[in-house]
Design a binder for this molecule. Structure first.
Ligand SMILES: [Zn+2]
Length: 159
């Protein structure tokens, strides 16, 4: 950590691109880290939400309600669909679904091709772009394409 901070600029790389709210959070963290000077004294924790630097439930509560952090999953959790579907869509939005590209990032050695075609299997491909997926979306409901677009907007929108 001292090595990273001593270089003056945070030269870090990420497995996934940062965008939207995560990029904003990273920029805020980098701005906070820019003012930190490391020394050889023992570390200690300070609670920044209270002037006395002591944790209190009140300071935590006030910190939470005044930070104005947007709840990007609000729309998803308000849908009147089974909880297990909401959780799956939340996983999809967070890109935790174990598609072959995600498995490969975890050192999985299998083929990364889609089972239905020869494209690489990504979340975008498997849930939206693959011709088989489009067929399933179109036949699963009379709303087909519209439902596909709603799920796309909920799950893959940034921010
Ligand atoms: Zn495919």
């Amino acid at each position: 950590m001292a090595e990273v901070l001593s270089s003056g600029t945070l030269n870090l790389s990420w497995r996934r691109d940062l965008f939207g709210s995560k990029l904003v959070l990273w920029n805020n963290l980098a701005a906070c880290l820019a003012n930190i000077t490391l020394n050889h004294e023992q570390d200690d924790f300070k609670w920044n939400l209270d002037q006395a630097c002591v944790f209190t439930v009140k300071s935590h509560y006030l910190g939470l309600i005044h930070q104005n952090i947007p709840n990007t999953n609000k729309k998803l959790w308000k849908f009147k669909i089974p909880l297990k579907i909401k959780i799956f869509l939340w996983y999809l939005k967070r890109r935790f679904i174990l598609t072959k590209d995600n498995l490969a990032r975890r050192n999985w050695q299998g083929s990364q091709q889609c089972c239905f075609c020869h494209e690489d299997e990504t979340i975008q491909h498997l849930f939206f772009d693959c011709h088989v997926t489009r067929l399933v979306w179109a036949r699963s409901t009379r709303l087909g394409v519209c439902l596909n677009q709603v799920v796309y907007l909920i799950c893959l929108e940034t921010g």
